[in-house]
Design a protein around this ligand. Structure first.
Ligand SMILES: *Cc1c(COP(=O)(O)O)cnc(C)c1O
Length: 406
């Protein structure tokens, strides 16, 4: 399919290019000593992950350990309630092992580490979701795992810290600066510089220097490939629209990659939090500007000094001041439309899906549900497939305390 001069039939062969660029976005902006390590990962990815043996092993693991394929559910009662004929469907990544899509790329990354002969995986985590997924994968493959986490986050996210420890991961508490994600990233990179011969760094979304935006997208593309096939089998046609929430953008890229070459409208949903004032949201693609952070060029929210701005969202997995470079590229092309929903609409959607369908969604995923509901009301007919990136029962205490039962 030709769209704004880009031939999506050959899109995945062309993007990213050999240096990791999606148009002007992406690339690798890191110290030279780390570049050698990234080149090693790129080289290994291009040979090992394309091998028949690797692909067969990952396929088997997805089936036997992760419980894939995850189903698509028709949200029949919710569709009836809207009442205009539009049908809503959900891709159920909440039913993937550990309850979210993140394990899809963590299993791929740690299997690659094992094939490369590494003994350890290193990562940072903010809310702890990436840390738990990586700890799970490391336990499965028998690799060591060091997860760097700001001391403030360690206190806030006690259940996820406990999960990681139970899974055998070493949680390294970072006490520099504000003791949150930024300091954890710095500490993890410093450790990786020292240990890269024995370890690989595992990034938790389609962000960071090349090859991570490509590699994480490719591991997540299983979501889009399954969803397209399942949807056609279920309904006899393609959905009219697909919707996913965008933090770093990995669950969205996974789903979108299955539909880029189809006549399907694609929507990425960003968190508007408390409102459009800087500091009250994390809608980087909607309000941000071009810049480099965490080793890649993309669209980001900057403060007055040009540094990554403070961000906020009720969903801790979405409060990142940038998004993956491929999203910036697809935004500029107009192939994907990015829009926002706020905390309040999100919490309403959280209760609506729970009540009407018996599915308690993650607050991140509730952003996509909220947008899907709004979109359905404007459409009049057709179908919408929403990516339910994760389940929400891990955060119910927080939701009940802050919002009560709606
Ligand atoms: C981490 C997380 C997200 C946000 O990450 P992306 O890379 O944007 O997908 C979304 N949903 C759930 C359930 C998460 O755990």
């Amino acid at each position: 399919m030709l769209f704004n001069d880009i031939d999506f039939d050959v899109y995945f062969k062309k993007y990213p290019d050999a240096k990791g660029y999606f148009g002007k976005y992406g690339g690798s902006y890191i110290p030279p000593e780390l570049q050698a390590a990234m080149d090693e990962i790129t080289e290994a990815y291009q040979t090992i992950c394309k091998s028949r043996k690797f692909i067969a092993e990952l396929r088997r693991i997805r089936k036997e350990f992760q419980g894939r394929p995850t189903p698509i559910s028709h949200l029949a009662r919710l569709s009836d309630k809207i009442g205009n004929g539009v049908q809503l469907y959900a891709k159920r990544e909440d039913l993937n092992h550990t309850g979210a899509h993140k394990l899809n790329h963590c299993m791929g990354e740690v299997l690659l580490a094992k094939y490369m002969g590494k003994k350890k995986v290193i990562a940072e985590t903010g809310a702890g979701q990436h840390g738990v997924a990586l700890a799970t994968a490391a336990a499965y493959f028998g690799l060591e795992c060091d997860v760097y986490m700001g001391a403030v986050d360690v206190k806030k996210q006690a259940p996820n810290v406990a999960r990681m420890k139970i899974l055998g991961t070493r949680v390294v508490e970072v006490t520099d600066g504000l003791q949150t994600l930024k300091e954890a990233v710095d500490a993890a990179f410093t450790a990786y510089c020292k240990e890269y011969k024995d370890a690989i760094y595992c990034i938790g979304s389609v962000v960071g220097p090349h090859p991570f935006p490509m590699m994480v997208r490719d591991f997540q593309s299983v979501v889009g490939i399954e969803a397209r096939e399942q949807f056609v089998e279920m309904t006899g046609e393609l959905p009219d629209a697909v919707v996913a929430c965008v933090g770093g953008g990995s669950n969205a890229m996974g789903l979108f990659s299955g539909f880029l070459d189809d006549p399907v409208d694609i929507y990425g949903v960003e968190p508007l939090g408390r409102g459009p004032k800087l500091g009250d949201h994390a809608a980087s693609l909607t309000y941000g500007e071009e810049g480099v952070m965490h080793g890649f060029n993309s669209i980001m929210l900057k403060d007055e000094n040009g540094e990554p701005a403070p961000v906020y969202s009720v969903a801790s997995g979405l409060d990142y001041p940038s998004s993956g470079p491929e999203h910036a590229f697809l935004r500029d092309l107009g192939r994907v439309k990015y829009d926002v929903v706020d905390d309040d609409e999100t919490i309403d959607a959280f209760f609506e899906l729970s009540r009407m369908e018996g599915i308690i969604p993650a607050i991140e995923s509730s952003h996509a549900v909220a947008y899907g509901l709004k979109l359905a009301k404007t459409m009049g007919k057709g179908s919408i497939l929403i990516n339910l990136s994760g389940r929400g029962d891990k955060v119910i205490d927080y939701i009940i305390e802050k919002y009560g039962i709606r």
